[in-house]
Design a protein. Sequence first.
Lengths: 564, 339
Amino acid sequence: MTVGFLMLCHTALERAAQVARFWAESGAPVVIHVDSRAPRHEVEALHRRVSDLDTISFSARHACEWGTWSLVAATIDAAQQMLDRHPEVRHVFLASGACLPLRPLAELEAYLAVHPDTDFIESVTVADVGWTVGGIDTERFTLRFPFSWRRNRRLFDGYVRLQRRFGFRRNPPAGLVPHLGSQWWCLTRRTLDDILSDPRRKEYDRYFKRVWIPDESYFQSLTRLHARCVDSRSLTLVKFDVRGKPHIFYDDHLELLRRSNCFVARKIWPRADRLYDTFLSPRPAIGTAEPDTATIGRLFDHAAERRTRGRPGLYMQSRFPRQDHENGKTAAPYSVFQGFTELFPEFCGWLSRQAAGRVHGHLFSPERVEFAGGASVGPGCLTDSLPLRDYNPRAFLTNLIWNDRSARQCFMLSPRDTQPLNWFLATDPNAQISVVTGAWAVRLFRARRPFAQIRREAARLQRLETQQLGVLRSGYVKARVRIWTLSEFVENPTEPLQTILEEVGVRNPRQLLTPPQMVDLTGFGGFLQELRNRGMQPRLMGDFPAPGGWRSPGGAVSGEGEGS
Amino acid sequence: MGAFHDLRLAIGARAKRQRLLLRAYRSRHDLAAVRDRTAAIRPDTLLLFATMRNESVRLPYFLRHYRKMGIGHFLIVDNDSTDGTAAMLAAEPDVSLWRSGASYRASRFGMDWINHLLRRYGSGHWCLTVDADELLTIPHRDTRDLRDLTGWLDARGVPMMAALMLDLYPRGALSGAVCPPGTDPATVLNWFDADNYTWEFQPRFRNISIRGGVRRRVFFADTPENAPHLHKVPLIRWNRRYAYVSSTHVALPRRLNAGFDARLSLPTGVLLHDKFLDQIIAKSRDEKLRGEHFTHAARYDGYYDALIADPVLWNADSQQMTDWRGLETLGLMSRGAWC
């Protein structure tokens, strides 16, 4: 009772020779098929390398092209030769020249001895596979593919389109249900013999000659007609990447491969000396573990997912995303406050004492970039240079949030600041935007400037804030937005402040909230009235009673200095 | 961007490429062969192309680094060195050397010469084009080299690999960054700016422009539009119809500039830029006078003055160099689908 190996070889023939020798010396017969397009001197060298082993034989050569019948034809010839010459073989294992046995042959033989009648072949109906890449799945079996995909891509695509246009279809031979699967299988002698000596084989062959990538479907479909017990999985470890190409294994995958307990893996990079040296050196056959492709699969998929989708909020050259196809606009939640510094001159200091976050001032101020603590260089070596910030404000913000993503970023905003990012902020689910509308007027109220200037500035800021509020109230908003009018807010500032703090994360949850000191708004109503009298309509502040009739809650009086 | 506009850009790019190839062909007279060992190049040899001037300090490690990465033959143009660079190069068994006394600037900073050599000797080969102060590092650098990488790219029919240029600097003042010949400059220059980079897509050549790093932070903070570009396509499987446009930042045809496009899941490299060794101070004095290094030389006087003043480029947010995994974690390099 033994297993025989078929090897389909194209390149790196010296590695194929090494592997064939390993199997033959362990007692398994090997039939090698060499692509007839391989260079003559390499083929001769291969023959020389294994000439001392009489259980290695060579089958009739075909010119192999990916995706075509030639690969199946080569397999059939090699399989026939194996069955004819080696009657002792109970299982036939199809491998390639880039395969590497990961476990001693005796372990594989022991495993097959436990499953004497099982055909190990991945074989799934077309409707159930999710892994075909390239858009042709069912149509593999219903269209014809006479043109080479490699050499005549245009003709190939054009002929597919033509057949689709005219609704051309053909049906598989009666009784045959097309199945797909990995082309690397291990079949019992009985099943393989039945497939090759099937009286209808000519009909099947004729059909599969015009199927696309028949090496993934010929044996996979025919096995279903003859097998007694199909275990629909491959004993060969193959991983495919997002583009449908097999992953290549290098020296650094040694541990991963060892832990997989698979019998054979592909593709192995020919220059991976350590892999070949390790796995082809004689070892005692002691392992009886089941092959475990799931772990290695998860590992690779996880890595691939991270590479293809990038990391949220990391805009790196090597992960250049398409606009709005990025996996997260920013790396972490952050908070934006508008109108707070006008109302509470000490707001930044208060917030950084109360909350566990990094509190920046007005990052987008027209005067300077107010990094937390007044630093001139922020995290990741971002500088406070205004031209640099304004050259690409979006990159400035996303870089900042990525660089310091372990801490929650908070920054102040105002209609006075440059605001190129309104839409970006509003459509970012990570943003939490709190706005006290009309608070900019408090700053003007406290400024000692000629009233004509103040009136002009008020009109400008009101226009800007109105535009911004339009964005924040649009249907596309994904950010968490809270908007209060100034009058609403000053009536009861504690509750909104409490909410905001909880969102940012309170430093000491048991401490009672002491709100920061609010500026004295005595006379603010009169100020607004004066604006009205000068022909400007302040709309964003809410209702403030006429002159003299209003005092701030708690009687807070604070007048010293401008906003921080 | 409309299809019509893009068609115009494509036609423009094609005309540009043909002009560049013509320039390269004409510049062949500038080059005099000193040692021509190109007969030793085999069909699968990896080639390295460079223009050098007074690089005797960096040269020994440069050659060692790239030999270890799998480069089989170096094709180098010596632009009037006076410090023995030419003699050192001529003595190496795997170097072919040309000499040129013509103007570096007039030859588009050596790119005409390089384009000519690439066309003549590079066609069909994987060609790495770098400066003497650029040391390429790639994903899996400790276990795989450029032969492994190019084999993988070949299997996918991908003709190039893009790389980010990462400016390294010392912990202290530049004058303290002394690197004895033959040692790895990264032992002296082991700090960099981790994340102050910005990218933008440039439709003209369909490349992704990257700027940032220490040079923009320190020298170009007020004129970001003059800051140096950091994207490069140093590794290309050359074809006689290809041409580099400006340094190795951009190549034509335009499809060669797609290396940073995340949708393709390609591996990218990092060019460790060891410009800021102590010699930069003396060289800046020299270059300021020669004016051979920038198209608008006067714009860069301030840059040279700042360097001559021996600045400290390091600050508390600088990142210390570890290995390729560190660069990948920071997102400066990607293994793409080359897992």
